[in-house]
Design a protein around this ligand. Sequence first.
Ligand code: HEM
Length: 139
Amino acid sequence: MPRASVWLVRTALLHLGVGITFGALMLWNKGLPFAPALWTLYLPHIELLLFGWTVQAIMGVAFWIVPRFAKEPRYGRVRLVWGAMSCLNAGVLLMVVAYLLNSPPALLLVGRGLELLAVALFAAHVWPRIKPMSDVLPP
Ligand code: HEM
């Protein structure tokens, strides 16, 4: 597994751990209400699991498995992937903190903007690698 995939999947697993913990707390509180304030974890739960876990894990596995080029650099423009990872994590963390602190919408806009930028950077990286195997591997 290439290094960028290792870090993307490991970081995604951290988001999964925190996201599921938030979900479990909400579920517990739904069955046996003990702390109504736990519902503030609702949006952070969705953010962590949809973007922090799902999108990031997909990026990590896609970087690894989509066809590589026949010549170096075999994985293409890797810096775009590190950029995507940085923007995605900054965006998700900003969104989670903004939800928890009930921050002004401007902060949410910046968070969502960073997430969109992450997707754009990853798409720019992966686009040239989406080709039939015969076009990228030596015969
Ligand atoms: C990849 C895994 C998961 C994803 C993508 C996910 C995503 C979501 C989404 C989108 C909602 C909002 C649904 C709605 O309002 O209709 C939600 C709500 C919720 N999730 Fe998750 N979730 C995941 C796993 C879990 C797990 C493992 C738990 C519990 C251990 C959990 C507990 C909850 C609870 C309690 C709610 C609130 C339900 C309610 O409105 O009463 N989630 N989740």
